[in-house]
Design a protein around this ligand. Sequence first.
Ligand code: SF4
Length: 437
Amino acid sequence: MISKHYFIYTFGCAMNEYDTERIAASLEAKGYIPSDNVEDSDFIVLNTCSVREKPQAKILSYLGQIKILKEKRPDMIVGVSGCVAQQEGDKFLKNNKVVNFVMGTDAVSHIDNVIDRALNGERFADTQVDSNDFSISSFQRKEKIAANVTIMKGCNNFCSYCIVPYVRGREVSRTPEEILNEIKSLIDKGVKEVCLLGQNVNSYGRNLSTNVDFPDLLSMVNKLEGLERIRFVTSHPKDFSDKMIYAMAENEKVCRYLHLPLQSGSDKILKVMNRKYTYADYVEKINKAREVMPDIEFSSDFIIGFPNETDEDFNDTLKAVKEIGYDRIFAFNYSKRPGTKAYNMEDNVPANIKSERLNTLFALQDSLYDEKLPALQGVQTDVLITDINDDKEFPYYGLNMYNRKVAFSSDKNLQCGDTAKVLIKNAKRNCMYGVEV
Ligand code: SF4
């Protein structure tokens, strides 16, 4: 029998990566074998993201390449999932003849049926939203040391630039029991670290009758034997409470790293973005977290060149980055997204100014981080090994509690999943290098 192969191209966030695992598990249960090569594949899924303009344009260009392949192999099945699929539905199917099926974000919950329909030759769009219920049945996971676990879907915040609440719907949380069971089964398979995923994890549990909020959930996950580390993304600053700070501090498995997206240092811009906090509110939370956990590290997202962003507004962002001292930042030029409130605002910061500001921001972050590097050397840090490669000098690789990448050497025969104490000899921007002690 000739083996059939599948290929999934994942765009966007960790929620999409998680859904990709669910789609892959279903294809494998039907006998498909994963492939790294789209050209050899019989079943292709593009798991899309519509948060920014660039990835969306990339999807269309990718479909152009697949069209050429499909002309030679008309039996190839091509599906599109994720946020673009949810947003465009039938229209996407109509405009892209190469596509066999379009599955919205909730269609992953009945992925077996979606695949069967496609294999039976049906051409369809499934974008129905299961708004009141969010349950994920167990699925076969690949062996890993660190795994993502989705705890909720959707968002109630309506930031003016963001499409997520329109495509992923309102917030709905999975029950604590279901989440704990998924994590327990991951631990049984050797997982040592989980990352709890949601668009706004700080509002976890609001639709549940259990009275379990996110800090409570962290404490419950912390108690699971065999698990060593807990991470989570994403936290909306307005919902990041004192209770969250204490839950992070008191549960020893929770990493000392918080991604708290500020987006802009200007109150004027934050207001138009509908972020519902001021810069002062944000700094107060950062200071409180540092008071309770002096070693905590932060990262943030920034949108550069939002409509009406002046030099002064941008300088407020630079000032914020200096004042807070992030470990890492993620920043993008603003692009208009159809369907959002900001779509109707004039995108009036010229592209060259956006790029200039973005470069200035990255240069500032790099110089601030470079100043921090010497203090990271000579320090011992615990590293959870997630990868062993054939690098002669530093074969072991993993992250520490502060989400920093560490490559190191050891005289011992260590395994993936072991935690090693590493003395950092050389700290560079993208990775720290050391030796096990
Ligand atoms: S919090 Fe704002 S940026 Fe994040 S998903 Fe919700 S609407 Fe989008």
